[in-house]
Design a protein around this ligand. Structure first.
Ligand code: PBG
Ligand code: ZN
Length: 324
């Protein structure tokens, strides 16, 4: 008999798990949450069916449900009631995220709270930081935006965030945030950097959800080209050197090669299955064209197989149920 046939039969007799190389579990999942400062009731996000913007008054309740489902961490995104050019609401101690973090840590102290550190939900122009004239027209200004990011990160740490996750890929961003956190006494607050974030067309539904579309230009001057794997690896390596604790590849499913290479750096790596990836599975399933549970779990298993330690996914709550 061919040895591969013997192995297949052995596998069948002894049940799959004994030989299963990759195991997806609830321990891998991080649930994203949208909190809307102006909302009074949860509102379903049109382009992300099954996902909601929650009012602050409900957030402790939702966090309890998530923890009860066996999920260990959430990542928070805020929709402020007021926007301005400087994104000042992003570091307001009474801002939407700062309030949400306090509520969640009070209600479920064991739930790890990660906060997205960026300004695009808070600026009236929709860009991720401070905008000004550059030789190529109006665009994001790197250095003035660094200070803003450090200020936002410290305000989240003060509120009780366990991990801050800067998402705008500015040069020197991790170092600037690390210095400010240490200087303010938050040496234990970890940094999960969106270290390799592609300029992807898959963020569309998120921009509806978080109301963070931009009025001019695009994000190609600070996000990665999907065509450049070596540059993508270098970006993550730089963040490691600047002091990041956890790296990230985003989106996930179409970038498994990048994920695998970034994992070789040795730090924990998060993969972000983004809004467009969720919306595509959801929409095809709603049409009866694919089996939602099977495809969603297959997509998450593939991300795990490529090496991810953490998977940020809008399927977190469903998957936690399916994986019980
Ligand atoms: C903020 C941010 C974005 C996402 C996460 N953090 C939007 C963007 O870069 O435009 C996208 C997540 C998703 O699509 O699910 N900078
Ligand atoms: Zn942003």
């Amino acid at each position: 008999m061919f040895p591969e046939r013997r192995l297949r039969r052995l596998r069948k007799r002894t049940m799959q798990p004994l030989f299963q190389e990759t195991v997806l579990s609830r321990d891998d999942l991080v649930a994203p949450l949208f909190i809307d400062e102006a909302a009074l009731a949860p509102a379903e996000i049109v382009s992300m069916p099954g996902q909601y913007r929650y009012p602050l008054t409900m957030i402790a309740e939702v966090a309890k449900e998530i923890a009860a489902a066996g999920i260990h961490a959430v990542i928070l995104f805020g929709i402020p009631a007021r926007k301005d050019a400087g994104g000042t609401e992003a570091y307001n101690p009474e801002g939407v995220i700062q309030q949400a973090v306090r509520e969640i840590k009070l209600a479920v102290p064991e739930l790890v709270v990660i906060t997205d550190v960026c300004a695009c939900e808070y600026t009236d122009h929709g860009h991720c930081g401070i905008v000004g004239e550059t030789p190529c027209g109006p665009d994001l200004l790197n250095d003035p935006s660094l200070e803003l990011m450090a200020q936002i990160a410290v305000s989240h740490a003060k509120a009780g965030a366990d991990i801050v996750a800067p998402s705008c890929m500015l040069d020197g961003m991790v170092m600037a945030i690390r210095e400010e956190l240490d200087c303010e006494g938050y040496e234990d607050t970890a940094i999960m950097s969106y270290s390799t974030k592609f300029s992807s067309a898959l963020y569309g539904p998120f921009r509806d959800a978080a109301d963070s579309g931009f009025l001019f230009g695009d994000r190609t001057t600070y996000q990665m080209s999907p065509a450049n794997p070596r540059e993508a690896f270098l970006e993550s390596e730089l963040d490691l050197k600047e002091g990041a604790d956890i790296l990230m590849v985003k989106p996930a499913g179409m970038y498994l090669d990048i994920l695998q290479s970034v994992c070789s750096l040795g730090l924990p790596v998060a993969a972000y299955q983004v809004s467009g990836e969720y919306a595509m599975i959801r929409a095809a399933a709603a049409n009866g064209w694919i089996d939602e549970k099977a495809v969603a779990l297959e997509s998450l298993l593939a991300i795990k197989r490529a090496g991810a330690d953490l998977i940020i996914t809008y399927y977190a709550r469903d998957a936690a149920g399916w994986l019980k």
